[in-house]
Design a protein around this ligand. Structure first.
Ligand SMILES: Cc1cc2nc3c(=O)[nH]c(=O)nc-3n(C[C@H](O)[C@H](O)[C@H](O)COP(=O)(O)OP(=O)(O)OC[C@H]3O[C@@H](n4cnc5c(N)ncnc54)[C@H](O)[C@@H]3O)c2cc1C
Ligand code: SF4
Length: 326
């Protein structure tokens, strides 16, 4: 591991000032992703600003909805009574990720910023545009079974790995950040980026910006929501496909739907076409199937992941049926 300076920040302002001054510094949340990347020489910060002592751990109701502190642990967030009763899809998505030990360490802010699990990204002997811009993409013609079917470019076909973020996308969350000048709020759909020509950029934060909270507006999905994750083994594995689905029903008519997919793109993939189709329809398997077909019609497979298109369709239908049952 490259030697680095370690500083424990005592205030938000101090953390932001210290990080903004040093282009090679990084914030340290729970460390469950960053430290692995450092051990593999993928991330090479020369200074870590530990933000663990900042007072950003509160989970609370607000006038418009709910606020999750950026430094609240994933376990505490998933098990919080407010989250369990009002945002069950979010609770389930967090508990579907990683392992109990990792969730005990991982923070909400760090979860959003975890990096792709593309194996070529972790292997510094291989070309990877995300790790070394301009070096090429080993996965494009390599082993790409776990990779994207939506929104990829010839520069990067990686998927974004967070489970929690898939539910946050379906719930229309926003991310509150602090920089050296002000606070700003970023809509979830604009927070993570598609790879385009710049796969080295995962999100729209600028260097130095600190996530302080995740805000979720009130919604009508709490009685009809689901998170379904399909993976190679039942625990400690990233999603091949996941779907977060929430239905707002009036009788058996769908007033609105919030649907997002994981394991399919460089960002949580909001299933807007399926949502649009379902609005005003009767909640039946036939309509769920048509919605899934409409959404998956835009998918484009790579050489090893054609199975994800059928799997994506079935997982969408399954998640909608589970949401309907409540
Ligand atoms: C074996 C294993 C299996 C896993 N399986 C899953 C899984 O199935 N599903 C899943 O979703 N996740 C999984 N994870 C990932 C895990 O959820 C993430 O590692 C974790 O959420 C990251 O949070 P952290 O606080 O430890 O982040 P860190 O490692 O501390 O930080 C990650 C990044 O975020 C930055 N950062 C942290 N906090 C902030 C902040 N407040 N503001 C700005 N920048 C910040 C850091 O500088 C760093 O770049 C797995 C991890 C491991 C090791
Ligand atoms: S898919 Fe992206 S992360 Fe993986 S090798 Fe290609 S450029 Fe790197």
């Amino acid at each position: 591991m490259k030697p680095f300076k370690f500083i424990s920040a005592t205030s938000q302002e101090q953390a932001v000032t210290m990080l903004s001054k040093n282009a090679e510094a990084a914030y340290l949340g729970g460390g469950t992703n960053l430290l692995d990347l450092m051990k593999e020489h993928v991330a090479l910060p020369n200074e870590l600003i530990d933000i663990g002592n900042l007072k950003l751990k509160e989970i609370k109701a607000t006038t418009g909805g709910y606020s999750l502190g950026a430094l609240a642990k994933n376990t505490d967030t998933a098990n919080h009574p407010l989250v369990r009763s009002n945002l069950p899809m979010l609770s389930k998505s967090i508990l579907a990720g990683a392992s109990a030990q990792i969730r005990n360490m991982a923070t909400n802010g760090g979860n959003l910023l975890q990096r792709t699990r593309c194996s070529y990204f972790y292997d510094i002997s291989m070309p990877c545009n995300k790790r070394v811009p301009g070096s090429g993409c080993a996965a494009l013609e390599g082993f790409n079974r776990m990779h994207a079917i939506f929104g990829w470019s010839e520069h990067c076909v990686a998927v974004y790995p967070s489970d929690m973020a898939v539910a946050l996308a379906a719930l229309n969350a926003t991310v509150k950040v602090q920089n050296s000048k002000a606070e700003r709020t970023i809509a979830f759909r604009d927070f993570h980026l598609l790879p385009g020509n710049h796969p080295e950029r995962d999100n729209s934060l600028t260097h130095g910006e600190l996530i302080t909270a995740i805000e979720i507006p009130k919604n009508n999905f709490s009685t009809h929501s689901a998170y379904v994750k399909v993976r190679d083994r039942n625990s400690y594995a990233f999603a091949l496909i996941s779907v977060a689905a929430g239905l707002h029903l009036s009788g058996n008519i769908i007033q609105s739907a919030g649907i997002a997919m994981g394991g399919v793109a460089h960002k949580p993939w909001r299933a807007l076409k399926a949502e649009e189709f379902l609005k005003g329809k009767v909640a039946t398997t036939a309509n769920f199937t048509e919605a899934a077909e409409i959404e998956m019609a835009g998918a484009k497979a790579l050489s090893h992941n054609k199975f994800k298109i059928e799997m994506g369709k079935r997982t969408l239908i399954n998640a909608l049926e589970m949401a309907l049952k409540g």
